[in-house]
Unconditional design. Sequence first.
Length: 494
Amino acid sequence: MEFKVLDKSHWHDAVDLLVLTYRSDGLGELLSQIDHELGGAIQNLHSEGVLSGKVNESMLIHTLGQFPAKQLLLIGQGCAPLRANDLRSVAGIAVKEAKRVRAKSMAIAPFQVDSSVTHHSFSQALVEGVILGAYRFKGYSTAEQVTDVLQSVNLLLESPTDQHACGVRCGTAYADGTILARDLMNTPGNKMTPTNLAHAARDIAERHGFLLEVLERSDMERFGMGALLAVAQGSVELPKMIVLKYSGNPQSDDVLAYVGKGITFDTGGISLKSADGMDDMKMDMGGAAAVLGAMEAVGRLKPSVNIVAVVAATENMPSGSAYKPGDVLTAMGGKTIEVLNTDAEGRLVLADAVGYAKHLGATHIIDLATLTGAVVVALGSITTAAMTNSDTFLSTFLDAAKRTGEKVWQLPTFDEYKKFIKSDIADVKNLGSGGAGSITAGLFIEKFVGDTPWIHLDIAGTAWTKEDLDFTPKGASGVMVRTLAQYAKQYGKR
Ligand code: BES
Ligand code: ZN
Ligand code: ZN
Protein backbone atom coordinates (compact mmCIF):
# COMPACT_ATOMS: atom_id res chain seq x y z
CA MET A 1 0.00 0.00 0.00
CA GLU A 2 1.40 3.40 -0.94
CA PHE A 3 0.73 6.45 1.24
CA LYS A 4 1.01 10.04 0.01
CA VAL A 5 0.59 13.27 1.95
CA LEU A 6 -1.03 15.89 -0.24
CA ASP A 7 -2.53 19.28 0.35
CA LYS A 8 -6.26 19.31 0.57
CA SER A 9 -6.76 20.84 -2.87
CA HIS A 10 -6.43 17.22 -4.02
CA TRP A 11 -9.99 16.54 -2.86
CA HIS A 12 -10.86 16.96 -6.50
CA ASP A 13 -8.63 14.05 -7.61
CA ALA A 14 -10.31 11.01 -9.10
CA VAL A 15 -10.19 8.27 -6.44
CA ASP A 16 -12.42 5.27 -5.83
CA LEU A 17 -13.26 6.38 -2.29
CA LEU A 18 -13.01 9.79 -0.66
CA VAL A 19 -13.39 9.72 3.13
CA LEU A 20 -14.53 12.81 5.03
CA THR A 21 -15.58 13.39 8.60
CA TYR A 22 -18.31 15.75 9.77
CA ARG A 23 -19.49 16.99 13.13
CA SER A 24 -22.88 16.93 14.73
CA ASP A 25 -22.92 20.73 14.48
CA GLY A 26 -21.90 21.01 10.84
CA LEU A 27 -20.34 19.54 7.72
CA GLY A 28 -17.16 21.61 7.75
CA GLU A 29 -15.65 23.62 4.94
CA LEU A 30 -14.48 20.87 2.63
CA LEU A 31 -17.58 18.69 2.80
CA SER A 32 -19.77 21.78 2.34
CA GLN A 33 -17.84 22.61 -0.81
CA ILE A 34 -18.26 19.06 -2.14
CA ASP A 35 -21.93 19.08 -1.16
CA HIS A 36 -22.34 22.27 -3.11
CA GLU A 37 -21.09 20.47 -6.24
CA LEU A 38 -23.50 17.65 -5.53
CA GLY A 39 -26.49 19.96 -5.21
CA GLY A 40 -26.82 20.29 -1.41
CA ALA A 41 -28.24 16.83 -0.64
CA ILE A 42 -25.73 16.10 2.12
CA GLN A 43 -26.57 19.30 3.98
CA ASN A 44 -30.22 18.26 3.82
CA LEU A 45 -29.41 14.86 5.31
CA HIS A 46 -27.55 16.64 8.10
CA SER A 47 -30.36 19.12 8.76
CA GLU A 48 -32.91 16.29 8.84
CA GLY A 49 -30.78 14.40 11.33
CA VAL A 50 -30.22 11.41 9.02
CA LEU A 51 -26.55 12.28 9.37
CA SER A 52 -26.52 13.04 13.09
CA GLY A 53 -22.75 13.27 13.42
CA LYS A 54 -22.66 10.61 16.12
CA VAL A 55 -19.13 9.28 16.65
CA ASN A 56 -18.22 6.75 13.94
CA GLU A 57 -21.70 6.76 12.34
CA SER A 58 -20.99 6.30 8.65
CA MET A 59 -22.69 6.66 5.30
CA LEU A 60 -21.47 5.60 1.87
CA ILE A 61 -22.67 7.78 -1.02
CA HIS A 62 -22.31 7.00 -4.73
CA THR A 63 -21.52 10.13 -6.70
CA LEU A 64 -22.90 8.61 -9.93
CA GLY A 65 -20.48 10.46 -12.16
CA GLN A 66 -21.32 13.86 -10.63
CA PHE A 67 -17.97 14.15 -8.88
CA PRO A 68 -14.36 12.96 -9.49
CA ALA A 69 -14.40 10.57 -6.51
CA LYS A 70 -16.57 7.55 -7.30
CA GLN A 71 -17.87 7.15 -3.77
CA LEU A 72 -17.85 9.27 -0.63
CA LEU A 73 -17.64 7.80 2.83
CA LEU A 74 -18.85 10.20 5.50
CA ILE A 75 -17.87 9.41 9.10
CA GLY A 76 -19.37 11.18 12.13
CA GLN A 77 -16.98 12.60 14.68
CA GLY A 78 -19.33 13.81 17.41
CA CYS A 79 -18.92 17.40 18.46
CA ALA A 80 -15.27 17.42 19.45
CA PRO A 81 -12.10 17.80 17.39
CA LEU A 82 -10.40 14.50 16.51
CA ARG A 83 -7.53 13.29 18.68
CA ALA A 84 -4.86 10.88 17.42
CA ASN A 85 -6.73 7.73 18.48
CA ASP A 86 -9.92 9.05 16.85
CA LEU A 87 -7.93 9.39 13.63
CA ARG A 88 -6.87 5.73 13.93
CA SER A 89 -10.52 4.76 14.31
CA VAL A 90 -11.63 6.87 11.34
CA ALA A 91 -8.88 5.37 9.19
CA GLY A 92 -9.70 1.85 10.41
CA ILE A 93 -13.40 2.24 9.59
CA ALA A 94 -12.51 3.79 6.24
CA VAL A 95 -10.16 1.04 5.12
CA LYS A 96 -12.65 -1.67 6.00
CA GLU A 97 -15.25 0.05 3.84
CA ALA A 98 -12.64 0.51 1.09
CA LYS A 99 -11.98 -3.22 1.17
CA ARG A 100 -15.69 -4.02 1.12
CA VAL A 101 -16.34 -1.90 -1.97
CA ARG A 102 -13.06 -3.09 -3.50
CA ALA A 103 -11.65 0.42 -3.91
CA LYS A 104 -8.18 0.60 -5.45
CA SER A 105 -7.54 4.15 -4.33
CA MET A 106 -8.69 6.06 -1.27
CA ALA A 107 -8.20 9.59 0.03
CA ILE A 108 -8.85 10.62 3.65
CA ALA A 109 -9.53 14.18 4.69
CA PRO A 110 -10.44 14.45 8.38
CA PHE A 111 -12.21 17.58 9.51
CA GLN A 112 -11.13 19.55 12.59
CA VAL A 113 -8.27 17.90 14.35
CA ASP A 114 -7.40 18.60 17.99
CA SER A 115 -4.47 20.94 18.69
CA SER A 116 -2.69 18.09 20.53
CA VAL A 117 -2.23 16.35 17.17
CA THR A 118 1.11 17.34 15.63
CA HIS A 119 1.89 17.08 11.92
CA HIS A 120 3.87 13.94 12.71
CA SER A 121 1.17 12.27 14.80
CA PHE A 122 -1.54 13.22 12.29
CA SER A 123 -0.10 11.21 9.43
CA GLN A 124 1.25 8.53 11.75
CA ALA A 125 -2.17 7.89 13.27
CA LEU A 126 -3.91 7.72 9.90
CA VAL A 127 -1.33 5.32 8.46
CA GLU A 128 -1.55 3.10 11.54
CA GLY A 129 -5.34 3.11 11.38
CA VAL A 130 -5.29 2.10 7.72
CA ILE A 131 -2.73 -0.71 8.04
CA LEU A 132 -4.08 -2.05 11.34
CA GLY A 133 -7.71 -1.76 10.23
CA ALA A 134 -6.99 -3.57 6.95
CA TYR A 135 -5.30 -6.49 8.72
CA ARG A 136 -6.79 -9.93 8.44
CA PHE A 137 -5.09 -13.18 9.44
CA LYS A 138 -4.70 -15.22 6.27
CA GLY A 139 -5.61 -18.51 7.93
CA TYR A 140 -5.62 -21.93 6.36
CA SER A 141 -8.89 -22.20 4.47
CA THR A 142 -8.40 -23.98 1.15
CA ALA A 143 -11.25 -21.98 -0.40
CA GLU A 144 -10.08 -19.25 -2.78
CA GLN A 145 -8.98 -16.14 -0.88
CA VAL A 146 -10.22 -12.68 -1.82
CA THR A 147 -7.16 -10.59 -2.57
CA ASP A 148 -6.93 -7.00 -1.39
CA VAL A 149 -6.98 -4.43 -4.17
CA LEU A 150 -6.40 -1.18 -2.28
CA GLN A 151 -3.14 0.24 -3.57
CA SER A 152 -2.93 3.91 -2.77
CA VAL A 153 -4.01 6.04 0.16
CA ASN A 154 -3.79 9.82 0.01
CA LEU A 155 -3.81 11.76 3.26
CA LEU A 156 -5.22 15.21 2.58
CA LEU A 157 -4.20 18.03 4.87
CA GLU A 158 -3.75 21.78 5.12
CA SER A 159 -0.14 21.85 3.87
CA PRO A 160 2.25 18.89 3.82
CA THR A 161 5.54 19.17 5.74
CA ASP A 162 8.56 16.92 6.31
CA GLN A 163 7.01 16.02 9.64
CA HIS A 164 4.00 14.56 7.88
CA ALA A 165 6.26 12.42 5.70
CA CYS A 166 8.17 11.32 8.80
CA GLY A 167 4.91 10.34 10.47
CA VAL A 168 4.08 8.11 7.51
CA ARG A 169 7.42 6.32 7.91
CA CYS A 170 6.93 5.86 11.66
CA GLY A 171 3.31 4.81 11.31
CA THR A 172 4.19 2.23 8.66
CA ALA A 173 6.97 0.76 10.84
CA TYR A 174 4.81 0.68 14.00
CA ALA A 175 1.85 -0.85 12.19
CA ASP A 176 3.91 -3.42 10.27
CA GLY A 177 5.57 -4.43 13.56
CA THR A 178 2.11 -4.78 15.09
CA ILE A 179 0.77 -6.96 12.32
CA LEU A 180 3.88 -9.13 12.50
CA ALA A 181 3.05 -9.69 16.18
CA ARG A 182 -0.59 -10.41 15.30
CA ASP A 183 0.42 -13.01 12.73
CA LEU A 184 2.72 -14.76 15.21
CA MET A 185 -0.05 -14.87 17.82
CA ASN A 186 -2.86 -15.89 15.51
CA THR A 187 -0.82 -18.80 14.18
CA PRO A 188 -1.95 -21.98 15.94
CA GLY A 189 0.27 -23.81 18.40
CA ASN A 190 1.10 -26.69 16.09
CA LYS A 191 2.53 -24.23 13.58
CA MET A 192 4.03 -21.65 15.96
CA THR A 193 6.30 -23.87 18.03
CA PRO A 194 9.31 -22.50 19.95
CA THR A 195 11.45 -23.53 16.97
CA ASN A 196 9.23 -21.60 14.57
CA LEU A 197 9.28 -18.58 16.86
CA ALA A 198 13.09 -18.74 16.68
CA HIS A 199 12.81 -18.83 12.88
CA ALA A 200 10.62 -15.72 12.95
CA ALA A 201 13.28 -14.00 15.08
CA ARG A 202 15.96 -15.13 12.63
CA ASP A 203 14.03 -13.54 9.76
CA ILE A 204 13.83 -10.24 11.65
CA ALA A 205 17.54 -10.43 12.47
CA GLU A 206 18.41 -11.05 8.82
CA ARG A 207 16.20 -8.23 7.60
CA HIS A 208 17.74 -5.66 9.90
CA GLY A 209 21.25 -6.90 10.69
CA PHE A 210 20.61 -7.77 14.35
CA LEU A 211 22.73 -10.34 16.16
CA LEU A 212 20.72 -13.50 16.82
CA GLU A 213 21.45 -15.98 19.56
CA VAL A 214 19.29 -19.01 20.27
CA LEU A 215 20.00 -20.99 23.44
CA GLU A 216 19.27 -24.70 23.21
CA ARG A 217 18.48 -27.05 26.09
CA SER A 218 22.17 -27.78 26.70
CA ASP A 219 22.96 -24.06 26.87
CA MET A 220 20.09 -23.56 29.32
CA GLU A 221 21.53 -26.34 31.48
CA ARG A 222 24.93 -24.64 31.40
CA PHE A 223 23.37 -21.36 32.57
CA GLY A 224 21.35 -23.11 35.27
CA MET A 225 17.97 -22.11 33.82
CA GLY A 226 16.09 -24.64 35.91
CA ALA A 227 12.77 -22.79 35.80
CA LEU A 228 12.47 -22.61 31.99
CA LEU A 229 13.77 -26.17 31.68
CA ALA A 230 11.15 -27.43 34.14
CA VAL A 231 8.27 -25.88 32.21
CA ALA A 232 9.70 -27.34 28.98
CA GLN A 233 10.34 -30.84 30.27
CA GLY A 234 6.81 -32.09 29.64
CA SER A 235 6.89 -31.22 25.95
CA VAL A 236 8.44 -32.93 22.94
CA GLU A 237 8.98 -29.49 21.39
CA LEU A 238 12.44 -28.14 22.16
CA PRO A 239 12.54 -24.93 24.23
CA LYS A 240 14.41 -21.93 22.87
CA MET A 241 15.76 -18.84 24.61
CA ILE A 242 15.80 -16.41 21.72
CA VAL A 243 17.92 -13.26 21.78
CA LEU A 244 18.15 -10.37 19.32
CA LYS A 245 20.74 -7.67 19.86
CA TYR A 246 20.46 -4.22 18.35
CA SER A 247 23.24 -1.75 18.96
CA GLY A 248 21.95 1.70 18.05
CA ASN A 249 24.21 3.67 20.39
CA PRO A 250 27.59 1.96 20.78
CA GLN A 251 28.93 4.93 22.82
CA SER A 252 26.47 4.24 25.60
CA ASP A 253 26.59 1.48 28.24
CA ASP A 254 22.82 1.57 28.60
CA VAL A 255 21.11 -1.58 27.45
CA LEU A 256 17.36 -1.73 27.30
CA ALA A 257 15.99 -5.28 27.56
CA TYR A 258 12.62 -6.23 26.08
CA VAL A 259 11.74 -9.60 27.61
CA GLY A 260 8.79 -11.68 26.39
CA LYS A 261 6.86 -14.70 27.65
CA GLY A 262 6.78 -17.13 24.75
CA ILE A 263 4.55 -20.02 25.80
CA THR A 264 3.54 -21.28 22.36
CA PHE A 265 0.75 -23.29 23.95
CA ASP A 266 -0.36 -23.28 27.58
CA THR A 267 -2.36 -26.34 28.57
CA GLY A 268 -1.70 -25.57 32.22
CA GLY A 269 0.52 -28.67 32.45
CA ILE A 270 -0.32 -31.16 35.23
CA SER A 271 -2.54 -28.41 36.76
CA LEU A 272 -4.48 -28.80 33.51
CA LYS A 273 -6.77 -26.01 32.30
CA SER A 274 -10.40 -26.84 31.50
CA ALA A 275 -11.21 -27.60 27.86
CA ASP A 276 -13.45 -24.57 27.48
CA GLY A 277 -11.56 -21.89 25.53
CA MET A 278 -8.23 -23.68 25.88
CA ASP A 279 -7.63 -23.14 22.15
CA ASP A 280 -7.11 -19.44 22.89
CA MET A 281 -3.93 -20.40 24.75
CA LYS A 282 -2.10 -20.39 21.43
CA MET A 283 -1.85 -16.66 22.20
CA ASP A 284 0.25 -17.26 25.32
CA MET A 285 3.32 -16.12 23.42
CA GLY A 286 1.83 -12.61 23.14
CA GLY A 287 4.69 -11.09 25.15
CA ALA A 288 7.21 -12.68 22.79
CA ALA A 289 5.22 -11.51 19.78
CA ALA A 290 5.12 -7.93 21.10
CA VAL A 291 8.87 -7.95 21.62
CA LEU A 292 9.57 -9.32 18.13
CA GLY A 293 7.07 -6.93 16.53
CA ALA A 294 8.76 -4.02 18.31
CA MET A 295 12.15 -5.21 17.03
CA GLU A 296 10.76 -5.16 13.50
CA ALA A 297 9.82 -1.50 14.00
CA VAL A 298 13.17 -0.77 15.64
CA GLY A 299 14.97 -2.34 12.67
CA ARG A 300 13.11 -0.03 10.30
CA LEU A 301 13.56 3.17 12.30
CA LYS A 302 16.99 2.59 13.86
CA PRO A 303 16.65 4.70 17.05
CA SER A 304 19.92 5.48 18.87
CA VAL A 305 19.54 3.06 21.76
CA ASN A 306 20.91 -0.39 22.55
CA ILE A 307 18.30 -3.11 22.89
CA VAL A 308 18.42 -6.79 23.71
CA ALA A 309 15.24 -8.72 23.05
CA VAL A 310 14.96 -11.90 25.11
CA VAL A 311 12.19 -14.40 24.47
CA ALA A 312 11.69 -17.51 26.59
CA ALA A 313 9.88 -19.96 24.32
CA THR A 314 8.42 -23.32 25.26
CA GLU A 315 5.17 -25.24 25.43
CA ASN A 316 3.54 -26.02 28.77
CA MET A 317 2.31 -29.61 28.48
CA PRO A 318 1.21 -32.40 30.80
CA SER A 319 3.04 -35.69 30.27
CA GLY A 320 4.96 -38.41 32.09
CA SER A 321 7.99 -36.16 32.07
CA ALA A 322 6.18 -32.95 33.03
CA TYR A 323 7.07 -30.92 36.13
CA LYS A 324 4.65 -31.26 39.01
CA PRO A 325 3.06 -29.27 41.80
CA GLY A 326 5.37 -29.54 44.81
CA ASP A 327 8.56 -29.60 42.71
CA VAL A 328 11.33 -27.25 43.74
CA LEU A 329 13.33 -25.59 40.94
CA THR A 330 16.53 -23.55 40.85
CA ALA A 331 16.45 -20.60 38.48
CA MET A 332 19.42 -18.89 36.83
CA GLY A 333 21.26 -17.02 39.56
CA GLY A 334 20.53 -19.72 42.16
CA LYS A 335 17.17 -18.71 43.68
CA THR A 336 14.87 -21.63 44.51
CA ILE A 337 11.20 -21.81 43.58
CA GLU A 338 8.46 -24.01 44.99
CA VAL A 339 5.93 -24.92 42.28
CA LEU A 340 2.38 -24.97 43.60
CA ASN A 341 0.59 -24.75 40.27
CA THR A 342 2.11 -25.73 36.94
CA ASP A 343 -0.31 -23.36 35.17
CA ALA A 344 1.59 -20.42 36.70
CA GLU A 345 4.38 -21.17 34.23
CA GLY A 346 4.83 -17.72 32.70
CA ARG A 347 6.55 -16.26 35.77
CA LEU A 348 8.88 -19.29 35.81
CA VAL A 349 10.14 -18.86 32.27
CA LEU A 350 10.42 -15.11 32.84
CA ALA A 351 12.55 -15.68 35.95
CA ASP A 352 15.21 -17.21 33.70
CA ALA A 353 14.61 -14.74 30.88
CA VAL A 354 15.22 -11.69 33.09
CA GLY A 355 18.17 -13.56 34.60
CA TYR A 356 19.61 -13.93 31.12
CA ALA A 357 18.84 -10.30 30.21
CA LYS A 358 20.86 -9.22 33.25
CA HIS A 359 23.67 -11.56 32.23
CA LEU A 360 23.66 -9.76 28.85
CA GLY A 361 24.17 -6.43 30.61
CA ALA A 362 20.61 -5.07 30.70
CA THR A 363 20.45 -1.78 32.59
CA HIS A 364 16.68 -1.39 32.12
CA ILE A 365 14.23 -4.26 31.78
CA ILE A 366 10.70 -4.28 30.38
CA ASP A 367 8.98 -7.65 30.49
CA LEU A 368 5.75 -8.43 28.68
CA ALA A 369 3.54 -11.42 29.35
CA THR A 370 0.06 -12.81 28.97
CA LEU A 371 0.59 -13.63 32.60
CA THR A 372 -2.63 -13.80 34.61
CA GLY A 373 -6.35 -14.35 34.24
CA ALA A 374 -6.66 -12.00 37.22
CA VAL A 375 -5.66 -9.01 35.08
CA VAL A 376 -8.56 -9.75 32.74
CA VAL A 377 -10.87 -9.51 35.76
CA ALA A 378 -9.23 -6.28 36.94
CA LEU A 379 -8.83 -4.30 33.71
CA GLY A 380 -10.63 -6.28 31.00
CA SER A 381 -9.42 -6.06 27.43
CA ILE A 382 -8.96 -2.29 27.44
CA THR A 383 -5.97 -1.59 29.66
CA THR A 384 -2.57 -3.20 30.14
CA ALA A 385 -1.40 -3.52 33.75
CA ALA A 386 2.04 -2.19 34.64
CA MET A 387 4.21 -2.75 37.70
CA THR A 388 7.62 -1.29 38.42
CA ASN A 389 10.43 -0.93 40.93
CA SER A 390 11.22 2.53 39.53
CA ASP A 391 8.49 5.13 39.21
CA THR A 392 10.74 7.41 37.14
CA PHE A 393 11.32 4.62 34.62
CA LEU A 394 7.60 3.88 34.45
CA SER A 395 6.68 7.54 34.00
CA THR A 396 8.84 7.78 30.86
CA PHE A 397 7.19 4.61 29.57
CA LEU A 398 3.70 5.94 30.32
CA ASP A 399 4.60 9.01 28.32
CA ALA A 400 5.35 6.79 25.31
CA ALA A 401 2.05 4.94 25.83
CA LYS A 402 0.19 8.24 25.88
CA ARG A 403 1.65 9.08 22.50
CA THR A 404 0.62 5.77 20.93
CA GLY A 405 -2.81 5.79 22.55
CA GLU A 406 -2.27 2.34 24.14
CA LYS A 407 -3.75 2.31 27.63
CA VAL A 408 -1.54 1.32 30.56
CA TRP A 409 -2.36 1.51 34.28
CA GLN A 410 -0.08 0.93 37.24
CA LEU A 411 -0.72 -1.73 39.90
CA PRO A 412 0.83 -1.36 43.37
CA THR A 413 3.87 -3.24 44.68
CA PHE A 414 3.39 -2.54 48.40
CA ASP A 415 5.61 -4.66 50.67
CA GLU A 416 2.51 -6.13 52.31
CA TYR A 417 1.85 -8.19 49.16
CA LYS A 418 5.26 -9.83 49.29
CA LYS A 419 4.40 -12.25 52.09
CA PHE A 420 1.89 -13.94 49.78
CA ILE A 421 4.66 -15.50 47.67
CA LYS A 422 6.81 -16.65 50.61
CA SER A 423 7.46 -20.38 50.53
CA ASP A 424 8.02 -22.64 53.55
CA ILE A 425 10.73 -24.62 51.78
CA ALA A 426 12.17 -22.40 49.01
CA ASP A 427 13.01 -18.73 48.32
CA VAL A 428 9.67 -18.09 46.65
CA LYS A 429 6.54 -19.95 45.53
CA ASN A 430 4.88 -19.60 42.14
CA LEU A 431 1.33 -19.21 43.46
CA GLY A 432 0.19 -16.18 45.45
CA SER A 433 -1.93 -16.94 48.48
CA GLY A 434 -3.73 -13.69 49.26
CA GLY A 435 -5.75 -12.70 46.18
CA ALA A 436 -4.35 -9.96 43.92
CA GLY A 437 -3.13 -12.60 41.47
CA SER A 438 -1.65 -10.14 38.97
CA ILE A 439 0.30 -8.30 41.65
CA THR A 440 1.77 -11.40 43.23
CA ALA A 441 2.73 -12.70 39.76
CA GLY A 442 4.54 -9.43 39.01
CA LEU A 443 6.26 -9.46 42.41
CA PHE A 444 7.47 -12.98 41.70
CA ILE A 445 9.28 -11.67 38.60
CA GLU A 446 10.69 -8.73 40.56
CA LYS A 447 12.47 -11.22 42.85
CA PHE A 448 14.64 -12.22 39.88
CA VAL A 449 15.09 -8.69 38.58
CA GLY A 450 16.65 -7.34 41.77
CA ASP A 451 17.61 -3.66 41.68
CA THR A 452 17.73 -3.20 37.91
CA PRO A 453 15.06 -0.66 36.89
CA TRP A 454 12.17 -2.78 35.69
CA ILE A 455 8.68 -2.53 34.26
CA HIS A 456 6.36 -5.50 34.05
CA LEU A 457 3.43 -5.41 31.61
CA ASP A 458 0.64 -7.96 31.99
CA ILE A 459 -1.07 -8.09 28.59
CA ALA A 460 -3.28 -11.15 29.23
CA GLY A 461 -6.39 -9.00 28.77
CA THR A 462 -5.24 -6.68 26.01
CA ALA A 463 -3.29 -8.98 23.69
CA TRP A 464 -6.40 -10.75 22.45
CA THR A 465 -9.83 -9.43 21.55
CA LYS A 466 -13.03 -11.40 21.15
CA GLU A 467 -14.73 -8.73 19.03
CA ASP A 468 -13.81 -6.65 16.00
CA LEU A 469 -12.77 -3.13 16.99
CA ASP A 470 -12.20 -0.12 14.71
CA PHE A 471 -8.56 -0.90 13.97
CA THR A 472 -8.18 -4.23 15.75
CA PRO A 473 -9.91 -7.27 14.28
CA LYS A 474 -10.80 -10.08 16.65
CA GLY A 475 -7.95 -12.31 17.70
CA ALA A 476 -4.46 -10.97 18.32
CA SER A 477 -4.22 -7.21 18.85
CA GLY A 478 -0.45 -6.76 18.73
CA VAL A 479 -0.77 -4.56 21.79
CA MET A 480 2.36 -2.77 23.08
CA VAL A 481 4.37 -3.14 19.88
CA ARG A 482 3.81 0.53 19.06
CA THR A 483 4.52 1.65 22.61
CA LEU A 484 7.74 -0.38 22.84
CA ALA A 485 8.87 1.08 19.50
CA GLN A 486 7.91 4.58 20.66
CA TYR A 487 9.74 4.06 23.93
CA ALA A 488 12.89 3.02 22.06
CA LYS A 489 12.64 6.16 19.96
CA GLN A 490 12.18 8.42 22.99
CA TYR A 491 14.97 6.65 24.88
CA GLY A 492 17.30 7.39 21.96
CA LYS A 493 16.46 11.08 22.15
CA ARG A 494 17.17 11.51 25.89
N1 BES B 1 -1.48 -17.97 30.27
C1 BES B 1 -2.18 -17.87 31.49
C2 BES B 1 -2.81 -16.50 31.72
C3 BES B 1 -3.88 -16.06 30.77
C4 BES B 1 -5.19 -16.13 31.15
C5 BES B 1 -3.55 -15.50 29.57
C6 BES B 1 -6.17 -15.68 30.30
C7 BES B 1 -4.54 -15.05 28.72
C8 BES B 1 -5.85 -15.13 29.09
C9 BES B 1 -1.26 -18.16 32.66
O1 BES B 1 -0.17 -18.97 32.40
C10 BES B 1 -2.08 -18.81 33.72
O2 BES B 1 -2.59 -19.85 33.46
N2 BES B 1 -2.18 -18.18 34.85
C11 BES B 1 -2.95 -18.69 35.93
C12 BES B 1 -2.15 -18.47 37.18
C13 BES B 1 -2.71 -19.12 38.40
C14 BES B 1 -2.63 -20.62 38.29
C15 BES B 1 -1.95 -18.63 39.59
C16 BES B 1 -4.25 -17.92 35.99
O3 BES B 1 -4.24 -16.71 35.78
O4 BES B 1 -5.29 -18.54 36.22
ZN1 ZN C 1 -0.61 -21.07 32.62
ZN1 ZN D 1 0.51 -19.01 30.43
